[in-house]
Write a protein that binds this ligand. Structure first.
Ligand code: UDP
Length: 332
């Protein structure tokens, strides 16, 4: 059912990273709201299959473009949402330079474009700006514990630079800016081979492989379902909140408990095997969403049991060839 929103009718929205997991769901959401969506992606980690259903629409267009080079969009723009970036440890270890460039140079280009068009820009930051946090749960005023030279540094520092640059454009140029700090989010269209734990465990269960828990599994994460995440981002975009806002689900679990949950959900007969913990893997992560609640009136609605069941149904429903392609498609 179409839920056209007066706020978005005929608004022109540029979404970078449009063919990715979050970007493609954002495209769907803004199309539903009645906006004209311009999707942009260089397709390094994105997948056109995620947005193929939008190509026939009159209010969607797609540009294959790398935002680290000058970004040109004809006509007016009301909103820019910068979501282009590799976003999993495996990806940014494979393409570290691209990861740094899209967070730094890409953000600079999009801020320049937003300024030129008089558009409001929302940039996708991350809980990774908190690094391996010494404060738990993480509030927005915590400045983090990040190693600039560790393997995750290319992502963490690019996103920290993104935040600084965005605030500089706001303060110096008076640009309307919003910064969302996204915590672990899951949903349909995630790649099965990008190493993130939700698709990793689901893919393993579907293929009848053992579930690989890194370390002893005592590290914690808090998983947010995609529809909750998108709703939070939208509320932030329309708010007047310039300072960063955490959007995530504060319901925390250890990775070992999470593996057991996936085993119970999928009924797999396989067991849990332990692998070495990757370097700089944060020990704990849980958003403090007090600010999102107070300022945006937002909190997640979908429990992990409901969200995971929906994602498992999605992966199960994929034709075997597509499932295999999702597990093996490489980007370089
Ligand atoms: N993880 C795991 N097994 C896997 C993939 C990931 O135990 O097959 C762990 C990983 O070490 C981390 C957690 O799951 O502690 C979440 O990993 P993910 O890559 O999804 O996100 P991030 O570490 O960026 O929060």
């Amino acid at each position: 059912m179409k839920t056209t929103d007066k706020e978005m009718t005929n608004k022109r929205v540029l979404i970078t990273g449009a063919a990715g997991f979050l970007g493609s769901h954002l495209c769907d959401f803004f199309i539903e709201k009645g906006a004209y969506v311009i999707g942009m992606d260089n397709l390094i980690t994105g997948d056109l299959n995620n947005i193929a259903h939008l190509f026939p629409l009159a209010n969607f267009e797609f540009h294959r473009h790398d935002v680290t080079t000058f970004v040109h969009v004809a006509g007016t723009l009301d909103y820019v949402l910068h979501f282009a970036s590799p976003a999993s440890p495996i990806d940014y270890l494979k393409i570290p330079i691209e990861t740094l460039k899209v967070g730094a140079l890409g953000t600079h280009n999009l801020l320049g474009l937003a300024k030129e068009k008089g558009a409001r820009i929302l940039v996708a930051s991350t809980s990774e700006v908190y690094g391996d946090p010494l404060l738990h749960p993480q509030t927005e005023d915590y400045n983090g514990n990040v190693s600039p030279v560790g393997p995750r540094g290319v992502y963490d520092e690019a996103k920290r630079f993104m935040e600084s640059m965005t605030m500089a454009y706001h303060r110096f140029h008076g640009l309307e800016t919003r910064i969302v700090r996204i915590f672990n989010t899951y949903g349909s269209r995630m790649r099965l081979n990008d190493g993130r734990v939700v698709p990793a465990f689901m893919g393993q269960a579907l293929r009848g492989e053992d579930l690989t828990v890194f370390g002893d599994g005592s590290q914690t994460r808090s998983f947010c379902y995609i529809t909750d995440q998108i709703e939070g981002i939208y509320k932030l975009l329309l708010s007047d909140c310039v300072a960063p806002v955490n959007i995530g689900n504060p319901h925390e679990t250890t990775i070992l408990e999470f593996a057991q949950e996936i085993i119970a959900l999928t009924g797999t007969q396989q067991k849990i095997v332990f692998k070495p913990l990757p370097q700089d893997d944060p020990l704990q992560r849980k958003p403090d969403i007090g600010k999102a609640k107070a300022v945006l009136g937002w909190e997640p609605k979908i429990s992990r049991a409901v969200g995971l069941a929906a994602v498992y149904d999605y992966f199960k429903s994929l034709p075997p060839a597509e499932l295999a392609a999702k597990a093996h498609r490489d980007f370089k």
